[in-house]
Design a protein around this ligand. Structure first.
Ligand SMILES: Nc1nc2c(c(=O)[nH]1)N[C@H]1C(S)=C(S)[C@@H](COP(=O)(O)O)O[C@H]1N2
Ligand SMILES: [Mo]
Length: 209
């Protein structure tokens, strides 16, 4: 460690979780390359423990015909910047749960993106009314770098729980770690509890590693 963090002005904005600072502009942050969008082969799948044991899938047109919602939410990156007061439009995760009901034993979901990026969520976090498969930010379509055509946004959790370039949702009867959760990030990711790293996990916060 050695080096001290520079002293920071305490921010009084009540929307800022501990250790976060407000960010102007919108940085692009992800692991790996930006995937190409191929409209002909693009689909959005729901698989795993669905109520009828069938996989569901929407092509690009069908996905865009789903009922839309708009939510306001903050965006907290674990690297400590927060973007406050975003407007996200898209398909509510709750709508996906309505259209493709999970088996009653489902407790968690894995949200899958291009190139195998994934993030696991408790069913209650996924079902939150503000959790949205966003196609638009502040009235404008997402750019490729920010996840076009669809990214997940879970405003009450750190932003790594929101995969860009989403392709699938897997319903699960037990918890399993996603991409960053396997690489040292906290399984639950609540910014208000500063759940940044897996070494902070308490018994029951995540599956055994
Ligand atoms: N597919 C994919 N989604 C991802 C990531 C990634 O590496 N790959 N990084 C996450 C992290 S850590 C953050 S902070 C946000 C950043 O989103 P932005 O680039 O739109 O700011 O995307 C999240 N979604
Ligand atoms: Mo992040």
């Amino acid at each position: 460690m050695g080096q001290q963090e520079p002293e920071q002005q305490p921010s009084t904005d009540p929307r800022l979780p501990p250790g976060q600072r407000p960010q102007r502009g919108w940085p692009v942050l992800h692991y790996g390359p930006v995937p190409r969008f191929k409209p002909q082969s693009w689909d959005f799948q729901v698989f795993g423990a669905t109520a009828d044991a069938e996989k569901a899938s929407w092509d690009f047109a069908a996905f865009h015909a789903l009922p839309k919602t708009t939510v306001r939410g903050d965006f907290h990156c674990v690297t400590k910047f927060s973007m406050l007061g975003n407007e996200w439009a898209g398909v509510a995760a709750a709508t996906v749960l309505d259209l493709v009901p999970p088996d009653p034993g489902v407790t968690h979901v894995m949200v899958w993106a291009e190139y195998g990026y994934s993030a696991n969520l408790r069913l209650a976090d996924f079902a939150d009314p503000a959790t949205v498969f966003a196609t638009h930010h502040d009235g404008r379509p997402l750019t490729l770098e920010h996840g076009f055509p669809v990214r997940l946004v879970v405003p009450h959790l750190y932003a790594w729980k929101g995969p860009k370039w989403v392709r699938a949702v897997e319903y699960m009867r037990a918890d399993r770690r996603g991409f960053w959760e396997e690489r040292g990030y906290h399984n639950l990711a609540d910014p208000w509890r500063e759940q940044r790293y897996s070494y902070q996990e308490l018994p029951g916060d995540g599956p055994l590693r």
